[in-house]
Design a protein around this ligand. Structure first.
Ligand SMILES: Cc1cc2nc3c(=O)[nH]c(=O)nc-3n(C[C@H](O)[C@H](O)[C@H](O)COP(=O)(O)O)c2cc1C
Length: 162
């Protein structure tokens, strides 16, 4: 694919609306999180989901021991930005509200929902890895509305519940 076509694909991809999640993994001093839009429900029974991460993501190496997908609420844009930052040497969770979930993995509070996951397959897809995972635990707050990512910006969902 030419660079021109790659650019065109990204221009179109930016117009595709998604939710915004933070994938957390590890515990204690090894805990890390990263912001993702590429989270997907794949199968109902068994319950399978996927996340797609850049191959050099610092979180990828931690996923084998389990991870949590924290689906952000409309007022959590600052968390999306914080966990998308490549700044190193700072505690990503400093000042963030979280509780220890399965295996001590940080679970962010006041999200729309969270899913504890165990990876079952990692598939190389271009410069990303697609992680397919089994859902082992789930929780949701039906009162909270999601944060959306569209046209390169974060937007709280505005419309009424259908
Ligand atoms: C709204 C939003 C969505 C993102 N979605 C993804 C994604 O699906 N996959 C990915 O690899 N990076 C995604 N990123 C970029 C990562 O969050 C960012 O590159 C991060 O610094 C990677 O850190 P890491 O190396 O610790 O994983 C997204 C960033 C933002 C702001």
């Amino acid at each position: 694919m030419t660079g021109l076509l790659t650019d065109a694909v990204w221009t179109v991809a930016r117009r595709f609306p998604t939710g915004v999640s933070v994938v957390t993994a590890g515990s204690g001093p090894t805990a890390r999180g990263t912001t993702v839009s590429a989270f997907c429900f794949l199968s109902h029974d068994p319950a399978l989901v996927s996340v797609c991460l850049r191959r050099r993501s610092k979180v990828l190496e931690l996923l084998r021991a389990g991870f949590t997908v924290n689906v952000l609420a409309g007022n959590q844009g600052s968390l999306a930005r914080r966990f998308a930052s490549r700044e190193r040497g700072t505690d990503q969770f400093d000042g963030v509200d979280w509780t220890p979930g399965a295996a001590g993995i940080p679970r962010l509070v006041d999200t729309v929902c969270w899913l504890d996951c165990l990876s079952s397959q990692v598939i190389r897809v271009g410069d990303h890895d697609l992680v397919v995972a089994r859902v082992t635990g789930i929780g949701a707050d039906p009162e909270r509305r999601p944060l959306l990512y569209y046209a390169g910006a974060l937007h709280p969902l505005q419309s009424e519940e259908p």
